[in-house]
Design a protein around this ligand. Sequence first.
Ligand SMILES: [Cu+2]
Length: 172
Amino acid sequence: MDKTTIYWQLILCRVPRFLFTAWLAGALGLGGVYFAQAQEPQALVPQAIMASGWARPSIADRPTVAYLTLINRGTDDRLLVVTSPTSAKIEIHSHKMQNNIMRMRRLDALPLPANSTTTMAPHGNHLMLFGLAKPLTENMALPLTLYFEKTPPLTLTIRVQNSPPRAQSKQE
Ligand SMILES: [Cu+2]
């Protein structure tokens, strides 16, 4: 075995391994760029948000409350506006204890983190329905349209009932 053969063996054993590592790193790097580019348009694709809920009967036409459960299987989003033909104005409220007093505060938006379920419930976040066209009575169907920051609007019908439903109404 002459010196040249040993030299080439070294080249073949060491250098290609180094080159392979460099190529792999480059390929992964390029792959990352490729996937980032490939994934970007997906943000424009509608994300799946499902909603269900219930509303409390109103006392005459006084404001009443509704509670939604929102399942976000897409990316981070926010609930911005809720409308209903039965209500002149709907606000998203938080409900917190402050100095032993329950306080409601209007929220500009309700965060809906990616891959999570956001639940409104008594003594927590809720919808406040103002200016009812007619009193809400038990078993009445209440249509709602939800407007999100990213996801297209979602219309659903929730039921008016005195207590939380066991099986909540499904998205339409
Ligand atoms: Cu409220």
